[in-house]
Design a protein around this ligand. Structure first.
Ligand SMILES: [Zn+2]
Ligand SMILES: [Zn+2]
Length: 164
């Protein structure tokens, strides 16, 4: 995905707004156990000022996978924001600075980086997923079970002590 640098230079100091979508490689999210179920929709504002280009905006993409807690498949929208500076290739300071060279600014890598760092470590079908009963494996989102809660507390044995 590319931004027109000449247009930004012509309107130096003013934000230019564009909306577009970009296909993101599923391999990037393999380790998260999810897949992309849509292109990534982008709303971008960028401007050229003092030889730098600042790029900011929001992205939105649908993900599919299995809930970490209850195992049910889900498809959910993930939204993220980004704000980065692009430097001319010749002014690059750090190895991971974003740069441009020529008349277009390629922002795909920057979008991928921001998307990946915005992903949660664990994907749930919904934020308040109740998961499975650890004893009978009933899905507690849709069922109730008669299991007694396990006493999983090192101090529970103190209940049996008698104090005089
Ligand atoms: Zn769940
Ligand atoms: Zn149960």
């Amino acid at each position: 995905m590319e931004l027109d640098l000449n247009l930004a230079k012509k309107k130096s100091g003013e934000y230019i707004h564009i909306e577009n979508s970009v296909e993101i490689d599923n391999n990037l999210v393999k380790d998260f156990g999810v897949n992309f179920a849509s292109k990534c929709e982008l709303k971008i504002d960028y401007k050229y000022l003092a030889k730098e280009v600042s790029v900011r905006g929001q992205g939105s993409v649908y993900l599919t996978g299995n809930c970490f807690r209850c195992g049910n498949p889900f498809k959910k929208q993930h939204k993220f924001e980004f704000e980065e500076i692009f430097l001319p290739e010749s002014s690059k300071v750090e190895e991971d600075d974003y740069t441009f060279n020529g008349t277009f600014i390629n922002i795909t890598k920057m979008i991928e980086d921001n998307l990946l760092t915005s992903l949660p470590h664990l994907f749930l079908c919904k934020d308040d997923c109740k998961g499975l009963c650890p004893q009978c494996f009933a899905n507690l989102n849709t069922q109730t079970c008669a299991c007694k809660p396990l006493i999983n507390n090192a101090f529970a044995c103190l209940n049996d002590l008698k104090f005089d």
